[in-house]
Design a protein around this ligand. Sequence first.
Ligand SMILES: Cc1cc2nc3c(=O)[nH]c(=O)nc-3n(C[C@H](O)[C@H](O)[C@H](O)COP(=O)(O)O)c2cc1C
Length: 304
Amino acid sequence: MSVDLSVNIGSLKLKNPILLASGTVGYGNEISEFVDLSKIGGIVTKSISLKPRKGNPPQRIVETSSGMLNAIGLANVGLELFIKEKIPFLKNLGSTLICNIAASSIEEYVECVDILDKEETIKAFEINVSCPNVKEGGLIFGNDVKAVAKITEKVRGKTSKPIIIKLSPNNSNIVDYAKIAKQEGADAVSAINTLVGTSFDIYSKKPKIKNITGGLSGPAIKPVALAKVLEISKEVDIPIIGIGGIMNWKDAVEFMIVGASAFQIGTANFINPKASMEILDGIKKYCQENTISKISDIIRTRKI
Ligand SMILES: Cc1cc2nc3c(=O)[nH]c(=O)nc-3n(C[C@H](O)[C@H](O)[C@H](O)COP(=O)(O)O)c2cc1C
């Protein structure tokens, strides 16, 4: 039985709902040795900022129970090099390219979108207003409804490409942020970015991460992410891209049933770089075994 795996995120059409999450596959080069990127729905780039960023000093990563903490601090090549060196590789992937943008001021978000809008290879923007690991920008915006409103409104004015606002779980009511994103013209929201966490060494009594806190990701956060997707889905009529602890096809299907139109694979790429291909096989088989001819039919079919 053939299955239609395509999904729509507003005006963005994906051949299937599988996206690779920002920051976990760089600009696609390394993962392309393991994954046929033309077969998956799309790839979300590491957050790009106007100027290159070195990120935080090491140690930047530590493993935790059922997850990991990272405080990379948005290390990236910067916009100029991204356009010159990374886009040409990404162009030939045959995979939908979503460019994730981070900034330390509203003007910087706007300038980045303005410049990158001319790049045909980029099919949508994911606006990171939720990085917990940088001093300016990131969570300062993600925890301020007015700032998220302004950023969404301003970037909307610069592009007709789909805009996805990436929401933080580190605030009191994620629904308010999803509502404001929709109101200001975003096409979709993605949820969630990492949860603030920390870890200490009991002998040195020092934090294991130089930045002291980091963002928690992986299976440990899946129930939190699902609950956030559920909350948004109940309250706001906007496509949701589910992210958080998806390790296998069952996790992915769960997110779609709860309310996600598509989903992103993050930490799983570090453990098993072929995870997204296995998830593709898994969701196809699930549809076949349950005589589902279109995967989009399972979106939001939760029974509550
Ligand atoms: C090492 C690492 C780096 C990340 N860098 C970014 C980033 O640059 N921009 C961003 O929006 N999210 C970033 N994230 C967050 C992921 O895209 C994702 O939202 C989060 O890890 C939860 O999904 P997961 O549990 O499947 O990993 C990063 C995550 C990890 C683990």
